[in-house]
Design a protein around this ligand. Structure first.
Ligand code: HEM
Ligand SMILES: N[C@@H](CC(=O)c1ccccc1NC=O)C(=O)O
Length: 267
């Protein structure tokens, strides 16, 4: 029996499953606000924590894809950007599907603890907003509307606004292929060129499609979230102080890459 166990690492390092994954900290981070405890509040907390872990992973992948693209074709890492963006899409599909789990909670069971949550809300998810900014939808007004941000969180958002986005890196790719990307008109013309000569611009076109997919999946999440919200709280206002579903509906038309969508009408 013991021969089937190979020992790795230095003697005495004592790494275990639980210590490697920091399970004591991770599994001690679910604290209910309701008292007496509402049965479904554990699910509510778990779901949000899982979202935040995936947001962290997405930021890691999107950052790396951006950096790989910013070197243009001469950087030799466009294949890596494509690989990472394909992973981003799979994670984003998981994020959309995960809404199903939360929808096993009924509105009555949510109402058992909902009043305890105000004024907190998903609106305060810094990583969610970081992902929007990093993807290319930089709206500084969201930083001002955040309440209760720590200094470190404010700095993270300010840094995201200042740094190049995934879209900026894609424009570097266009330029590296000799395609103009100064004005919106130039970018649109370059996109048409790539779309009409896919053998010449195969990687450009593949990356454009990968960005569009990322955009479409983010839009799917927003659409799925608002329908879930209507199912849970109808037309009530949100714990974060917004009109609720009305506000969320106003976010549905958001697109990260409008020029990639406009291209469809011009082909
Ligand atoms: C019972 C389930 C949920 C309800 C009823 C709900 C409701 C709402 C409401 C009403 C808002 C608008 C802000 C406000 O509170 O005034 C909001 C925003 C938001 N929620 Fe949720 N939510 C739910 C679950 C989730 C989950 C699981 C996530 C995952 C992280 C999430 C993430 C967000 C984000 C990121 C926003 C800001 C969206 C934006 O500004 O575009 N929500 N939610
Ligand atoms: N805004 C939700 C409450 C809610 O869903 C929530 C509350 C605290 C932390 C995260 C939340 N999730 C998404 O908004 C509501 O108005 O019912």
């Amino acid at each position: 029996m013991s021969e089937s166990f190979v020992s790795f690492g230095e003697q005495g390092a004592q790494l275990t499953y639980g210590s490697y994954l920091r399970l004591p900290q991770l599994l001690d981070a679910q604290h209910l606000e309701s008292d007496p405890p509402a049965h479904d509040e554990l699910l509510f907390i778990t779901i949000h924590q899982v979202y935040e872990l995936w947001f962290k992973q997405l930021l890691h992948e999107v950052e790396a894809a951006r950096d790989a693209m910013s070197g243009g074709v001469d950087g030799g890492r466009l294949w890596w950007a494509q690989h990472l963006l394909a992973r981003v899409h799979v994670i984003e599909r998981v994020l959309v599907q995960q809404v199903d789990v939360l929808e096993t909670m009924t509105p009555q069971d949510f109402l058992e603890f909902r009043q305890r949550l105000a004024p907190a809300s998903g609106f305060q998810s810094v990583q969610f907003r970081e992902l929007e900014f990093l993807s290319g939808a930089k709206d500084p007004s969201y930083v001002k509307r955040f309440r209760g941000l720590t200094e470190a969180e404010q700095e993270r958002l300010a840094a995201r606004l200042a740094e190049p986005s995934l879209w900026d890196a894609f424009l570097d790719v266009l330029r590296s292929f000799g395609l103009a990307a100064g004005t919106e008109e130039e970018i649109s013309a370059s996109l048409r060129t790539a779309a009409h000569d896919r053998s010449q611009y195969a990687v450009v076109w593949a990356l454009a499609e990968a960005l569009l997919q990322h955009d479409e999946l983010a839009a799917s999440w927003r659409a799925r979230h608002v329908v879930m919200v209507e199912r849970m709280i109808g037309s009530k206002s949100g714990t974060g102080g917004s009109s609720g579903a009305g506000y969320l509906r106003s976010r549905i038309p958001l697109r990260y890459y409008p020029l990639l969508w406009d291209l469809r009408s011009e082909l």
